[in-house]
Design a protein around this ligand. Structure first.
Ligand SMILES: [Fe+2]
Ligand SMILES: [Fe+2]
Length: 261
């Protein structure tokens, strides 16, 4: 089952999937669209990325973030937009997950914490595609989580025989997403399978669960899945560190529902 893709994402995928595109071409693409420009700047200056100073121009953002992150971010802001129509609360869930992931990446001394931010934003990309392409079917999936007390991952599997993680993997490969982002999207529910970015994937896996425990946003069910013991051990966060991640998520409550995003 291969879903068709909304036009806006298709147009963007031409840029994201083009290995030959230059940073200045990406800059001009963003700058030619004022709404996109303001969203990108808002995002890079928010707690999702946590840069200390203000980034005031697209050129500055593009140079600072580099190819992989800017491509992921470009996809991220567009997908966040679609999330709002696809499933109320999914955007807030994704924003919360990005903040949590960035915070954990910082605690772990990761060099490129932006990768965790983008991974958090896009980890449930497959849900957006499934929701937009099969709204009726997905409604049944959501009813199943509600009435049968199922996790969304299992309800998708029961209904579509595939999950949002598999659909996300398919898209990420099709668009030649950076390998670490592809891992996060494909394996955030089974972090032990990540080969290219096991730490980023473990981080987003835990971030996803922490955001759910906070009742922050909505990701398709009312339950909190179990944390992978291996990931939990791998990240080795203290109780105080976990509390700090939760505080950071809490401080951004409501942001994902702000229409300015
Ligand atoms: Fe997910
Ligand atoms: Fe999620």
């Amino acid at each position: 089952m291969l879903p068709t893709i909304p036009d806006v994402i298709k147009r963007l995928s031409v840029i994201v999937g083009n290995p030959k595109i230059s940073l200045s071409e990406i800059s001009s693409f963003i700058s030619s669209d004022p709404a996109l420009t303001s969203r990108i700047l808002k995002m890079v200056n928010s707690a999702i990325f946590g840069f200390p100073g203000r980034i005031s121009s697209v050129t500055h953002a593009v140079t600072l973030l580099g190819f992989n992150v800017i491509k992921g971010l470009l996809m991220g802001v567009t997908v966040l937009d679609l999330m709002q129509t696809a499933m109320v609360g999914l955007r807030e869930h994704s924003v919360g997950c990005a903040i949590a992931a960035r915070t954990i990446a910082e605690m772990k001394g990761m060099k490129n914490t932006e990768d965790a931010s983008v991974g958090g934003l896009l980890h449930d990309l497959g849900k957006v595609i499934l929701l937009l392409q099969f709204p009726q079917d997905y409604k049944l999936v959501l009813e199943a989580t509600d009435q049968k007390g199922m996790l969304i991952f299992n309800a998708e599997k029961a209904h579509f025989s595939e999950t949002h993680a598999a659909v996300g993997l398919w898209l990420a490969e099709k668009w030649k997403f950076p390998k670490n982002l592809t891992d996060v999207i494909a394996y955030h529910h089974k972090p032990q399978l990540a080969k290219n970015a096991p730490v980023d994937t473990a981080i987003v896996h835990l971030a996803d669960i922490l955001v759910r425990t906070m009742g922050f946003g909505y990701a398709g069910d009312a339950f909190v899945p179990a944390v992978s013991p291996a990931s939990f051990e791998q990240l080795n966060l203290s109780e105080e560190e976990i509390r700090e991640v939760l505080r950071n998520i809490e401080s951004m409550r409501g942001m994902g529902d702000d229409p300015a995003w």
